[in-house]
Design a protein around this ligand. Structure first.
Ligand SMILES: Nc1ncnc2c1ncn2[C@@H]1O[C@H](COP(=O)(O)OP(=O)(O)OP(=O)(O)O)[C@@H](O)[C@H]1O
Ligand SMILES: [Mg+2]
Length: 524
């Protein structure tokens, strides 16, 4: 990798590497380097009960990828918390499984139910509260304003985990700048926007990755300390965000298991694509396909939300022990999850390594979204280790006396959370996520443009929309057709929407009727 320092605060990365270089991850812009993973064994808790608070017989298994000592994301979490801790006394946690605080499930008869309840506790523990959602909304509002001031024909949209509600406290915000002219992807434009954001005090630690397949700028927004990635002139992430929200609505348990797997991989530093890890998008597709192909869910024998514990163990067993990475790919096209023989996926060949995870991009059948995850060996090992740890822990607790179970954690054997203490307040139902609203508005407009309007009045409205609408990106008719047919949300296996989700969506629909325009914090 060649890194050229152009300016004290803005770093241009990969400046003289060929665009054809296959080692670039589409959405990460870095050249991958094999990861050196700490092999330290899973951490022990200090309890000296007969049933250890957090220990397993296979702690010393060197094949298992244990918790990493220092994860980048934990540092990111700490950064995010730094500002708040100046104002109020930061209550930094001194335990690894804080979702068990004041919650004891040791009396559950079925050990699997205990694990299910812990998973739900974990999810409510790491879900965002009002303040966090507002901070993210304000951050994207300020960035959008800055982009529009800099380029009046351009706008900034949000996709990725903030636009799908699948973010962990330290997750980045993925944005894309689209313009009427469609010309903002040049190296000069990237540099010009980065300088502008820096001048406006909206970006620090800036990296410009101009020569990747997907050129991006990466920076930290100084006030919120949130990491932001900005890509240019693309709509596929905006399509994917809508698709994933549809999946979340129709697939019980998807959000819970995705967040658990994300946190699991993050704690082992196996979540960054530029170091061969599994990115958020691949995790979502993996879990979606797992839930839709699970025999007991297909047979309607179990309700996923009531059986998260069993499902998590099954997930680790499938992708840690049984999955045929050599020959099988995953497809989630048109919402239908299938196992696809790699030999039938024309575009996958020639594939560099047969032992590689291959997941067909639901928005582009030729794209393998997990192409960059070259460290699949360690990911598989980590999943297999987690299966062993969880099942051993379940047996151990099953045999234990009730008094010895108290204060124990099952999930804590494989997941940890470090950072500032949180409050179990999932306030997504109380505060609008502006990225979701803006993305829904974007799609409404797109669908009016693609499918035409019902009446003349709407057509007139649409014409005037087009004039002011920086999202109005002309595409050849075939491409439009392909997109609308490839992004279908329902596969007939749809499960009932969780109640909370239904309420949230209803509220957003109401708001949307009131406000057809894009979110613009200045107008509010
Ligand atoms: N390999 C890829 N090919 C095509 N699109 C991708 C790829 N990787 C990411 N994307 C797009 O970028 C979006 C964000 O991806 P990312 O992997 O950062 O997931 P995320 O949900 O934002 O997770 P995280 O919270 O960990 O950042 C995806 O929803 C998808 O639209
Ligand atoms: Mg992201």
């Amino acid at each position: 990798m060649s890194t050229t320092e152009k300016n004290k605060d803005i770093v241009i990365i990969n400046d003289n590497v060929s665009e054809e270089n296959d080692d670039y991850d589409d959405y990460d812009g870095h050249i991958g380097n094999p990861l050196t993973i700490s092999d330290s064994s899973a951490e022990s808790n200090n309890g000296d009960n007969k049933v250890p608070k957090l220990r397993s017989d296979i702690d010393t298994n060197n094949d298992f990828i244990a918790f990493s000592d220092s994860s980048e994301d934990e540092k990111e979490n700490d950064d995010i918390n730094e500002k708040e801790s100046k104002d109020e006394d930061a209550n930094i946690l001194n335990m690894d499984f804080p979702w068990t605080i004041n919650r004891d499930h040791s009396k559950q008869k079925e050990i699997a139910d205990w694990l299910t309840l812990e998973i739900r506790d974990f999810v409510s523990y790491i879900s965002p509260n009002r303040k966090e959602i507002e901070l993210r909304n304000q951050t994207i509002g300020k960035l959008r304003d800055a982009v529009q001031h800099h380029w009046p024909d351009a706008n900034l949209h949000v996709f990725g985990s903030y636009a799908t509600d699948l973010y962990l406290p330290g997750s980045d915000i993925d944005c894309v700048v689209n313009s009427k002219a469609g010309d903002k992807q040049s190296r000069n434009c990237l540099y010009s926007l980065a300088s502008h954001l820096k001048k406006e005090g909206l970006a620090e630690d800036i990296e410009i990755i101009a020569k990747a397949r997907v050129p991006i700028i990466k920076f930290v927004e100084p006030l919120s300390k949130i990491h932001v990635d900005v890509s240019f002139e693309r709509t596929n992430g905006l399509e994917a965000a809508k698709l994933i929200r549809g999946w979340l609505d129709s697939t019980n348990g998807l959000r819970e298991l995705v967040l658990i797997v994300k946190q699991f991989l993050q704690a082992r530093r196996l979540n960054k694509v530029h170091t061969g890890g599994l990115g958020g998008f691949s995790i979502i597709c993996l879990v979606y396909s797992f839930l839709h192909l699970h025999p007991r869910i297909l047979a309607n024998e179990i309700n996923p939300i009531e059986n998260l514990g069993v499902l998590l163990i099954d997930f680790f067993e499938l992708y840690g022990k049984n999955f045929g990475y050599d020959h099988v790919a995953l497809s989630v096209m048109n919402g239908k999850a299938t196992y696809l023989p790699k030999s039938n996926w024309k575009e996958l060949h020639p594939i560099k390594s047969t032992f590689q995870l291959a997941i067909q991009d639901p928005g582009d059948a030729t794209n393998n979204i997990s192409r960059g995850s070259f460290n699949i060996r360690d990911i598989k090992k980590a999943f297999a280790g987690a299966f062993d740890l969880l099942t051993n822990r379940c047996f151990e607790l099953h045999r234990a006396k009730l008094k010895d179970r108290q204060g124990c954690s099952i999930l804590g054997n494989v997941i940890k959370y470090r950072g500032k203490a949180r409050d179990f307040r999932d306030e997504r139902g109380l505060v609008e996520n502006k990225a979701i609203i803006e993305n829904e508005n974007y799609h409404k407009r797109r669908s009016r443009i693609i499918h035409g309007s019902d009446n003349e009045e709407e057509e007139e409205e649409e014409e005037s929309d087009k004039e002011d609408d920086p999202y109005n990106i002309e595409e050849p008719p075939m491409k439009k057709l392909k997109r609308s047919s490839s992004i279908k949300e329902d596969d007939g296996n749809a499960k009932k929407k969780p109640r909370k989700e239904r309420n949230r969506r209803q509220k957003e629909d109401q708001d949307d009727e009131e406000e057809e325009d894009d979110y613009n914090p200045l107008k509010r």
